[in-house]
Design a protein around this ligand. Structure first.
Ligand SMILES: [Zn+2]
Length: 155
């Protein structure tokens, strides 16, 4: 059985909340993702030292270049993650299609992938609606103090 993660990350890859705001966000996530049986769900809060790839795992099917519109091989990205261990000091890369210098977070990822120094994730949600809904993302942004976006991952 694979694990499913619904993650919320700041829209700015370098931004981090205060520890207090992160604690409040974790409590909020447990409120909206109740797990009465307490068997399968986990909520994780991560502060990363460096910008860290939050990728769509098995769901990443297609990457497109924001400069020339070409498809970028998914293998190129997998190799990059392997080489960097998914950690970055900045997001500047040279894409293989047109050799343009492009920030990684401007590539078109399908499903979406993200890059962040903070992540709050629900693994294997117990409730029927397994994603954060738009209201919850708004509420998380208010609690954390910065807009967030959602990344969904199967691992
Ligand atoms: Zn290109």
């Amino acid at each position: 059985m694979s694990d499913f993660y619904a993650s919320a990350i700041p829209t700015n890859a370098t931004w981090q909340p205060t520890p207090e705001a992160a604690n409040e966000a974790e409590a909020y996530v447990w409120r909206v993702f109740p797990d009465p049986d307490g068997v399968q769900q986990e909520v994780t809060v991560e502060f990363y030292d460096r910008i860290t790839a939050v990728d769509a795992g098995e769901n990443l099917e297609r990457i497109t270049c924001p400069r020339c519109g070409s498809d970028i091989p998914v293998d190129w990205y997998s190799d990059l993650l392997e080489e960097t261990e998914g950690e970055f000091d900045n997001l500047n890369v040279t894409v293989p299609c047109c050799s343009a210098p492009v920030p990684l977070d401007t590539l078109g990822f399908d499903w979406p992938c993200g890059f962040a120094r903070f992540e709050i994730a629900v693994a294997n949600p117990a409730r029927a609606e397994c994603q954060f809904n738009p209201d919850e993302l708004t509420q998380l942004a208010i609690i954390l103090g910065h807009p967030v976006r959602q990344i969904l991952t199967h691992i």
